[in-house]
Design a binder for this molecule. Structure first.
Ligand SMILES: CC(C)(COP(=O)(O)OP(=O)(O)OC[C@H]1O[C@@H](n2cnc3c(N)ncnc32)[C@H](O)[C@@H]1OP(=O)(O)O)[C@@H](O)C(=O)NCCC(=O)NCCS
Length: 147
C-alpha cells in the first residue's frame, strides 16, 4: 500500500487525476486510504430507479476510485471511517458542483458485496459498477444532525 501511495497516489493527487486521503492514527501508523475523482456515467448504465427523470446526457458523478485498508487493520471499522470521510468531502463538493451519484468500480464480487452492504446499487449489466445517490447521503447527513 505504501508503495502504491508513493508511486501513484502522490503524483495523481498533484495532477488532479485522483485525490487520495489516508487514514493514520496518532502514532503515524497508516491504516488505509481512499481516492476520489470526478466522473460521469451514461444514463443507460444506471438501474431504472436511478435513471428515472434524468435527461439524456451524461450524469455527473463522484468516483470512489480506490478504497483499501491494510490487512492488519481490517475488521475494525477503518473502511467505514474512510467512506464517511469520502462522503463528507463529496457532499461538501456537491454544494457548488452538481454531483448526482457516488459511483464505485468494485475490484471483485467480494468488494461489490462490501459496497452493497453500504447501500450501493449495482448496475444491471455490470454488477461490479455500483451507485449511491448523493440525495441519499444528504438525507442521511441531515437526519444525523437533527437532535
Ligand atoms: C473491503 C475492505 C475495504 C474492508 O475494510 P475493513 O476496514 O475491514 O471494513 P470495516 O471494518 O470498516 O467494515 C465496515 C462494514 O463492512 C463490512 N465488510 C467488510 N468487508 C466486507 C466484505 N468483503 N463484504 C461484505 N461486507 C464487508 C463489515 O462487516 C462492516 O459491516 P458492519 O458495520 O455491519 O459490521 C478491505 O477488506 C480491503 O481493503 N479490501 C481490499 C480492497 C477492496 O476490496 N476495496 C474495496 C473495493 S474497491
Amino acid at each position: 500500500m505504501v508503495d502504491f501511495l508513493r508511486r501513484f497516489a502522490v503524483g495523481n493527487h498533484g495532477k488532479d487525476i485522483g485525490k487520495t486521503f489516508v487514514l493514520e492514527d496518532e502514532s503515524g501508523t497508516l491504516h488505509g486510504f481512499v481516492t476520489l475523482a470526478a466522473a460521469s456515467i451514461d444514463k443507460s448504465v444506471l438501474p431504472d430507479d436511478l435513471a428515472a427523470g434524468l435527461p439524456g446526457f451524461p450524469v455527473p458523478a463522484a468516483l470512489v476510485a480506490r478504497l483499501a485498508v491494510q490487512l492488519p487493520s481490517r475488521g475494525q471499522g477503518m473502511a467505514e471511517q474512510l467512506m464517511q470521510e469520502a462522503f463528507r468531502r463529496i457532499l461538501s463538493a456537491s454544494e457548488s458542483l452538481a454531483i448526482r451519484l457516488v459511483m464505485v468500480d468494485a475490484l471483485s464480487p467480494d468488494a461489490a458485496r462490501f459496497w452493497e452492504k453500504q447501500g450501493f446499487i449495482p448496475a444491471p449489466s455490470a454488477p461490479l459498477c455500483l451507485f449511491l445517490p448523493v440525495a441519499t447521503l444528504r438525507a442521511a447527513n441531515t437526519s444525523s444532525k437533527t437532535p
